[in-house]
Design a protein. Structure first.
Length: 391
């Protein structure tokens, strides 16, 4: 990946370029933001630019030995660490055929490279787990970065970087690193070998073990700007209406497109409408059914639901106070927002947004979907029910 492969994020790219060009290279950097903002792509582009032998005009040359190796992500100085777990696909790759072999990132490196290159780094945790066969994030099945990974990385760090370049270790989703792995690598993070750079790519830095987090220089990656999302849609001849659902996240757009191509037309709006109707009528039995159905959604569907639900709530509130022109409303939402706006006001808007944000955070931290969503639905009901509104 090159910096030009990154959608938007011009300010971040300029900062990263300037840091390298001026020699201000922090030994441990944390890129934090949603995967669809381009965090992993930025890290890989940074690694390419850092080791390019002939970079110019703010971009890697693309033809030197280093760039040639980066084209397939097989550069000898580039190492990846990412969440994994034992699956049949990993067992097929064991050299000795033993079912007791330790699974590490390198067990899946061929799958990793293929996925990263095909998606230009815009991948989701769920996509990765599906690729290696360890299940769906929404069902509390996830990977870890364990002690075996840490020991494997330490063995690689014994050797110096090849040539004049930096040794770059990209750790994707360090929040999945357990305590044993963190303790094993802590000294390496604190006092790295010469010409060694760690790039942490995280969606939730608050879940990273504090002793690791404190060793990093943090770079917050924001949502992609509206104009860059619109340009991306136009350039790729995609439906302009996807802009309203994207929330600055390319992975949400890709997820919607993939589902349409597979005739799986996921729409968050009916789910949101059903929740509001159940809450307004105080129908607790249907709320439990709703939460059970919701828990079957995958991570990207959950993200789309929460992002867009909060946008609809804000649009309802803005419409209610007479500032409709300032809201972003998807065409199919117009009638619902017009009818529902009177029920979102100064008394409940802040609490509702807070409830949605907290629930999404709990889900992203692998909370039990059924338990979390049941509590969420009942809590929302307190602020939407006809009884509470009449009060």
């Amino acid at each position: 990946m090159f910096f030009t492969d990154i959608i938007g994020q011009e300010n971040i790219k300029n900062i990263l370029r300037e840091n390298i060009d001026s020699g201000r290279i922090a030994h441990a950097q944390l890129f934090e933001g949603k995967s669809g903002y381009g965090t992993l792509t930025l890290a890989i582009a940074y690694a390419r630019y850092l080791n390019c032998e002939n970079r110019h005009n703010g971009e890697a040359c693309g033809v030197c030995k280093s760039c040639y190796a980066m084209n397939t992500l097989e550069h000898p100085n580039l190492h990846f660490v990412f969440p994994s777990n034992k699956t049949k696909k990993a067992e097929m790759m064991y050299n000795d055929g033993s079912s007791t072999s330790k699974v590490v990132s390198d067990s899946y490196i061929s799958y990793w490279r293929k996925l990263i290159l095909s998606k230009k780094g815009y991948i989701t945790e769920q996509e990765w787990y599906k690729t290696i066969g360890i299940g769906d994030v929404s069902k509390n099945v996830s990977g870890i970065i364990g002690r075996a990974d840490a020991k494997a990385l330490k063995e690689k760090l014994i050797y110096k970087s090849i040539g004049k370049g930096y040794k770059v270790i990209i750790i994707w989703l360090p929040e999945r690193m357990n305590i044993e792995a963190s303790n094993t690598l802590l000294k390496e993070f604190e006092e790295p070998s010469e010409m060694t750079v760690y790039l942490f790519v995280s969606e939730n830095s608050s879940a990273i073990i504090p002793t690791v987090l404190s060793r990093t220089q943090q770079i917050n990656i924001p949502p992609i700007k509206d104009e860059d999302i619109k340009y991306y849609l136009q350039k790729n001849k995609l439906d302009d209406n996807l802009f309203y659902q994207s929330q600055g996240d390319i992975n949400i757009i890709n997820s919607i497109i993939d589902k349409k191509e597979n005739n799986e037309n996921f729409s968050f709006l009916p789910i949101f409408q059903n929740l509001m109707r159940c809450c307004y009528t105080d129908n607790y039995l249907k709320l439990i059914d709703w939460s059970n159905d919701f828990s079957t959604l995958n991570r990207e569907e959950i993200k789309s639901f929460f992002y867009n639900s909060m946008r609809i709530l804000r649009s309802c509130y803005i419409t209610n106070i007479g500032l409709k022109k300032l809201s972003v409303i998807y065409p199919e939402e117009k009638l619902f927002i017009k009818n529902f706006a009177p029920y979102i006001n100064d008394k409940n808007i802040e609490n509702l947004i807070s409830i949605f944000e907290k629930c999404f955070l709990d889900i992203s931290r692998n909370g039990n979907s059924k338990v979390v969503m049941s509590h969420f639905a009942l809590t929302v009901c307190k602020h939407i029910s006809s009884k509470s509104i009449r009060k």
